[in-house]
Write a protein that binds this ligand. Structure first.
Ligand SMILES: [Zn+2]
Length: 594
């Protein structure tokens, strides 16, 4: 019912927008409408809501002068194509997939890739119905496009009779990279009869790099068929949980397995593995390796301090650790690790990054950044220059696939280690495959992207206010703040754009306290502070169910707290009905030794 209301209101909002004069078409395929004026080599577009956009002349493809511009851009999704139209489309796709020469085929793949999201339905149909060769090629084309709208069909293709199709589907699932594809890929890696399929599945799991898969991948180090694939893949993935699972392969009877495990431990250990490494130092077999890994960690800037603080507590290492810390801090805070930890946590560069996407009002971006800084009390950086709208992510109804934006932001956070959270800002309409529109899609514990498209009002100031409140609402969600019951609090539920007009730009007293705590947890995690584990665990008491349980499990694994992690994984999976996931969970606990 609420959804119905929201659509009606949205249609009214759209109809109320006054007709604009011109449409400016940009070289990157975007367009913007409004009245156009020039300032030097810049073109200023004043949009119907009064907001202004500045565009460099060089970015413009053409300017279309029209009186009916507003009417020419339909907001309503296109109607479902009639059946015969879908059939005709499938025929066309199959014709391209049946290309005789490599050259023709490569041209077809390039065409599919350029069409992006629009090519997916036809290829999905081909993967379900056509002959083996066409199915294989359809899977390859879907790997090129890498859209999450093909996830379900590709997962079904993991049961295809032809192993070539299964391997290609596994590759495509890795190229898409959604974490929900992990169970199907793990099952294939463990049990498929064909080695090519197993290798493809392992490669894709390393690409997805999800915490759920890591113990399965590590256990494959003992398999000669998969060993080198997994070793290389895990090295590249550099997952903070990998080292926690390496003790069993380090003790394997097989020298090749031990060697791979040693390579991975050296490369992937973090400051959080210090207690595990100290145990290994006591073990005659592994003493030299563990010492070498500790020395390597201490030589890395981001780990040297937190590691030395932990080593202050150990009789053997306290003296050299103290010396190092006094030199690094240029002051003496004594023997108490807590004092040093407080100092170190306060020096960690921890910022929220605001990333503009495509053609977006700079004023809006600045306002969002200011709202975030004011509410979260964390320095905010605005990424420059803005990122392009991801290519080929446009659905047939004109919406953009939000997953593509979130993937770009995930990659952006990996490149910016000082980013505690990343939030994209766009004016593009966002949706997910088969599920309507979103104001601000987010990955819990990960990036957020807020779109002003569905929040537009007749006055730009209202649009901006709504977008700012929606931005802090979504960021708080990604930090695991539970929803609030106070209507005027920005952290209570938002169903339609107008709900935002009743909200204040700052949280109620309860929410403000929780946000300060959640930011503190993020700081502790960034500082490799062992208290982060307890701090994160205590948020599970009042925070949202599934996502926070999964994050808690991951944090516990990062710190080698396997029993605690197993408890969270169990609780996380209890809410799941997927029988495959239940089987894999049991197996995962066995691998960890529980
Ligand atoms: Zn509140």
């Amino acid at each position: 019912m609420r959804r119905l209301i929201s659509l009606t209101i949205l249609l009214c909002v759209c109809a109320a927008a006054p007709a604009a004069g011109d449409v400016v078409h940009l070289r990157n395929g975007e367009s913007v409408e409004g009245s156009v004026s020039r300032e030097g080599d810049k073109v200023i577009v004043t949009r119907p809501d009064g907001s202004r956009l500045t565009v460099a002349e060089g970015e413009i493809d053409r300017i279309e002068e029209t009186e009916t511009a507003a009417g020419a851009a339909p907001d309503t999704p296109e109607l479902e194509p009639a059946d015969d139209a879908a059939d005709a489309k499938l025929e066309l796709v199959l014709e391209k997939l049946r290309a005789d020469s490599d050259r023709e085929l490569n041209r077809a793949f390039a065409e599919f890739k350029a069409a992006g999201e629009r090519a997916v339905p036809g290829l999905v149909a081909a993967l379900k119905t056509a002959g083996a060769d066409e199915r294989l090629r359809a899977a390859r084309a879907l790997a090129e496009i890498a859209s999450s709208s093909a996830n379900e069909t590709l997962r079904s293709a993991m049961a295809d009779d032809d192993p070539r199709v299964r391997a290609e589907a596994a590759r495509a699932l890795g190229a898409i990279g959604s974490s929900e594809n992990q169970p199907a890929l793990i099952a294939a890696m463990l049990d498929d009869k064909n080695d090519d399929v197993r290798v493809a599945a392992a490669t894709s799991l390393c690409r997805i790099n999800g915490a759920f898969s890591i113990p399965f991948l590590v256990s494959m180090l003992s398999d000669p068929v998969l060993r080198s694939t997994v070793e290389q893949g895990l090295l590249k993935a550099d997952n903070p949980c990998t080292a926690s699972f390496l003790v069993p392969p380090l003790n394997s009877a097989d020298p090749d397995t031990r060697k791979s495990a040693a390579v991975l431990l050296t490369a992937s250990a973090r400051a959080s593995h210090v207690s595990m490494l100290m145990n290994l130092v006591k073990d005659k077999e592994h003493r030299r390796l563990a010492q070498a890994v500790l020395a390597r960690l201490r030589s890395r800037k981001e780990y040297a301090v937190p590691l030395s603080i932990t080593l202050l507590g150990d009789e053997e290492t306290a003296r050299t650790a103290g010396l190092f810390l006094r030199r690094a801090a240029a002051k003496d805070l004594g023997e108490d690790p807590a004092q040093w930890r407080a100092w170190w946590n306060s020096t960690i560069p921890c910022r929220i990054h605001v990333v503009p996407f495509g053609l977006v009002s700079r004023e809006l971006v600045r306002k969002v950044a200011a709202a975030i800084q004011g509410e979260f009390k964390v320095p905010v950086a605005i990424a420059k220059p803005e990122l392009p709208i991801p290519a080929g992510c446009r659905f047939e109804n004109g919406q953009h696939n939000a997953d593509a934006f979130l993937d770009v932001l995930d990659e952006y956070s990996r490149r910016n280690p000082d980013a505690m959270r990343v939030i994209g800002v766009t004016e593009a309409d966002l949706g997910l495959p088969g599920s309507g529109y979103y104001f601000s899609p987010a990955r819990p514990g990960g990036p957020v992207v807020v779109s002003s498209w569905r929040l537009r009002a007749s006055e730009s100031i209202t649009t901006f206010q709504r977008t700012c409140i929606q931005a802090i609402h979504a960021l708080a969600y990604s930090l695991h703040l539970p929803p609030c019951a106070v209507d005027e609090c920005p952290y209570s539920d938002v169903f339609v754009a107008e709900d935002l007009d009743a909200k204040k730009p700052c949280g109620c007293k309860d929410c403000a306290g929780r946000i300060a705590w959640l930011i503190g947890v993020q700081r502790a995690l960034a500082a490799w502070d062992p208290n982060a584990v307890d701090m994160f665990e205590s948020t599970t008491v009042w925070s949202r169910g599934g996502p926070v349980l999964m994050q808690a499990a991951i944090v516990c694994e990062m710190w080698n707290e396997k029993d605690k992690a197993a408890g969270y994984w169990r609780r996380f999976v209890e809410g799941e009905t997927d029988p495959l996931l239940a089987v894999l969970m049991k197996k995962r606990l066995e691998l960890v030794g529980l």
